[in-house]
Design a protein around this ligand. Structure first.
Ligand code: BTN
Length: 326
C-alpha cells in the first residue's frame, strides 16, 4: 500500500470513530504501519484542512473536515449510482471542460466528473471568461455519452439547468429561475452558468461535456466590476456561507436522476420542469443570435429545446442558440 493509500486509511479509521480519541498505537497496529507513518499522515491531513486534535496518551480525534471537494469526501454519502463515481479532482486547473474533453477523447466512460477548487482559465459561453476563484464556487464538468442524434443534444443543456435549479432550491430554499437556455438566476442575477460542448458525427453523438459553474461563497469583490451588477452567489443571496460538499453531492444526484428520467421518458418531463422554473417565457425578450437581434415575446420551448419568440409583426421565430436579454 502506498503513502496515499495508508493516509486514506488513517482518515477512514478516524472518520469511523468520529468524536473518539484513537491512540497512535492502535492506528499503527490496525493499519500495519509505523507510528512515525501515522504521525506523518496526520500532519498531511491537517495540511489538507482536516482538523485533527492530538493529545498525549489519548491519541487523535477527527474534529472537522474541510469544505473541499476531495473525491474521498464526495464519495461519503453520495447518492448516485454512476455519476461522479469516477471523479478527477484538481486543486487548480485551466478549465475542467478542457480536462473532461481530453478524458472523453481518451475513452473516459459516461458519468466521469472533473472538479477543481479553482480554474485559472475558466470558460463561459461565447468565448467569455468564467471567474473561478479558489473554493468560492463549484466548478465541474460531466461526461455524457447519450445514444441520441446531435439535434437532441440541446435537450441536455436544459436538463442540466433543471437539475441544478432543483438542487439549489432543495438545499437553500431559494427559488432559482432559469433563463433560456440554461442560466440560473437568483433575484434576477446569474448564480450559475452551464457550458455544453459536443463531439458528434452527422447522426450520432460521441460525447457531451457539460461544464457547470455555481457561485457559492463568492463575495461582491470576487466579481470584476463589469459583471458585478449581473452576478450573484448563494452567499450574497442568503447572507451566510454555504457548505459546498453536500450541495455538490445533491447536484450530482439531481443530474443523475434527471438524466435517467430523460433516457426513460424522453424530453417531455424535462420540458415541463424547465417551463415551471423559467423566467423567460411570457416575457418581452431580445435574442442575440450570431447574426442579428430579435425582439418579441418568448412564447414556448419546443421538443428540441429551441426557444420560440413572437415578434411584434406576429411572426414566430425559433432559436436553437443565442443570448437572451430580459
Ligand atoms: C456561461 O457562460 O454561462 C457558462 C459558464 C460555465 C462555467 C463552467 S465552470 C466549470 C466548467 N469549466 C469551464 O471552463 N467552464 C465551465
Amino acid at each position: 500500500m502506498g503513502m496515499e493509500g495508508s493516509k486514506h486509511q488513517v482518515l477512514d479509521y478516524l472518520r469511523r470513530h468520529r468524536g473518539e480519541y484513537i491512540s497512535g498505537e492502535e492506528l499503527s497496529r490496525q493499519l500495519a504501519i509505523t507510528r512515525t507513518a501515522v504521525w506523518k499522515h496526520i500532519q498531511a491531513l491537517r495540511r489538507e484542512g482536516y482538523r485533527i486534535d492530538a493529545q498525549t496518551r489519548r491519541g487523535y480525534c477527527l474534529l472537522g473536515t474541510p469544505d473541499c471537494l476531495y473525491p474521498e469526501e464526495v464519495a461519503v454519502g453520495l447518492k448516485t449510482s454512476w455519476l461522479g463515481r469516477q471523479l478527477y479532482y484538481y486543486d487548480e486547473v485551466g478549465s475542467t471542460n478542457q480536462v473532461a474533453k481530453e478524458l472523453a477523447d481518451n475513452g473516459a466512460p459516461e458519468g466521469t466528473v472533473v472538479v477543481a477548487e479553482a480554474q485559472s482559465g475558466g470558460r463561459g459561453r461565447r468565448g467569455r471568461l468564467w471567474l473561478s476563484p479558489p473554493q468560492k464556487g463549484i466548478w465541474f464538468s460531466l461526461i455524457f455519452r447519450p445514444r441520441v442524434a446531435p439535434t437532441q443534444a440541446s435537450q441536455l443543456t436544459l436538463l442540466a439547468a433543471v437539475a441544478v435549479a432543483a438542487a439549489v432550491r432543495k438545499y437553500t430554499g431559494l427559488p432559482p429561475g432559469i433563463k433560456w437556455p440554461n442560466d440560473i438566476l437568483l433575484g434576477g442575477r446569474k448564480v450559475c452558468g452551464i457550458l455544453t460542448e459536443i463531439k458528434a458525427e452527422m447522426d450520432a453523438v460521441e460525447y457531451i461535456v457539460q461544464g457547470i459553474g455555481l457561485n457559492v461563497n463568492a463575495e461582491a469583490d470576487d466579481f470584476t466590476p463589469d459583471v458585478r451588477p449581473y452576478a450573484t452567489s448563494l452567499f450574497l443571496e442568503l447572507g451566510r456561507r454555504v457548505a459546498r460538499l453536500p450541495l455538490f453531492q445533491e447536484m450530482l444526484y439531481q443530474l443523475e436522476k434527471w438524466y435517467e428520467r430523460w433516457q426513460e421518458e424522453g424530453f417531455e418531463p424535462v420540458r415541463r420542469a424547465w417551463k415551471e422554473a423559467s423566467v423567460t417565457l411570457g416575457r418581452e425578450v431580445a435574442v442575440n443570435s450570431w447574426r442579428e437581434v430579435t425582439t418579441g415575446v418568448a412564447v414556448d420551448i419546443d421538443a428540441e429545446g429551441a426557444l420560440k419568440v413572437r415578434t411584434a409583426g406576429g411572426e414566430v421565430r425559433r432559436f436553437t442558440s443565442g443570448e437572451v436579454t430580459l
